[in-house]
Design a protein around this ligand. Structure first.
Ligand SMILES: [Mg+2]
Length: 291
């Protein structure tokens, strides 16, 4: 098991304690005075769950293995999708089993044999599971997570370029605040194949809980180690073996940062999106489970 070197204490420790710098979202809910976004079902109320009782059917979305984003029947049925086109709206979904927990509406910058590059500007459609106060939740027991409704909102604060390198167990995020590059973020994850159900398309990931924050000067720190430890071997989360693999993946990306190699070589730090693009929105049925 990788042990901490102490390097993470040199840099911006507070930045690594909580994910608020990128997951602060504006959730439209009944508790909010702002006008709710529609959910894609023509409703102006919080996103409804998908069974008749208005609650998610926990039984049918039992998480099982975290890597079922790759292995389950839904993934096999809907995969085999070719590369997306420049400008396509693609949903980047986080899943726990068949339960979708996050949805980011993005636009495709490029997509080829090297990977998929997505643009998530401030104001993009964003959905997540939220508590009664409309707050997005952190890692929690899976039955707690899936009992909360998926609620539509919009992405706030930082625009993000998300690189999903082919075959890797992470995504690499460039953060921009007011068009200025502010740092990288390594999201350790297990990624499923590109999918399309005929009306929506996207990629699904199972987040591994552990992340790496890399500042513009390429100093870095691990992030969310407490959750990572707490949920190792918890039902619906990662196994101890997968945790070791995620740590190793993180170390390999950290090595690139320390050496100043791509993607930490300045590439895309001056990224400017296609000026003809409108904000990507959540399409109808964005909150449907992958069944
Ligand atoms: Mg993460």
């Amino acid at each position: 098991m990788w042990s901490l070197t102490g390097d993470e204490h040199k840099v911006g420790r507070s930045r690594c304690d909580r994910p608020t710098f990128f997951v602060r979202v504006s959730i439209s809910s009944g508790a909010s005075s702002s006008k709710p976004r529609t959910t894609g079902h023509g409703s102006s109320t919080p996103a409804r769950s998908w069974n008749r009782s208005g609650r998610p059917n926990v039984q049918s979305i039992h998480p099982g293995r975290i890597d079922r984003v790759i292995t389950d029947a839904w993934a096999r049925k809907n995969s085999g999708v070719g590369h997306y086109n420049h400008g396509d709206v693609v949903l980047r979904r986080s899943r726990r089993g068949l339960a979708v927990t996050w949805v980011q509406a993005t636009r495709v910058v490029r997509d080829d044999e090297y990977g998929l590059l997505l643009w998530l500007p401030v104001g993009s459609g964003f959905g997540c599971r939220a508590d009664d106060q409309g707050q997005a939740t952190r890692e929690e027991p899976i039955d707690v997570v899936v009992a909360r409704p998926l609620v539509a909102g919009e992405w706030k604060d930082n625009s993000v370029l998300i690189w999903n390198p082919a075959g890797a167990a992470h995504s690499l995020w460039w953060f921009f605040h007011a068009k200025r590059f502010t740092g990288w973020y390594v999201n350790l994850e297990i990624r499923g194949p590109r999918w399309s159900d005929g009306q929506r398309c996207g990629i699904d990931v199972a987040d591994m809980g552990l992340d790496v924050v890399v500042d513009p000067d390429r100093t870095w720190c691990w992030k969310d180690e407490d959750d990572f430890a707490a949920f190792t071997d918890a039902p619906g989360y990662w196994t101890a073996a997968q945790a070791v693999a995620a740590r190793a993946e993180g170390r390999s990306v950290i090595a690139l940062a320390e050496e100043g190699r791509f993607p930490f070589d300045g590439t895309y730090c001056d990224f400017v999106p296609d000026p003809t693009w409108s904000l990507p929105e959540l399409p109808t049925g964005w909150d449907l489970p992958p069944t």
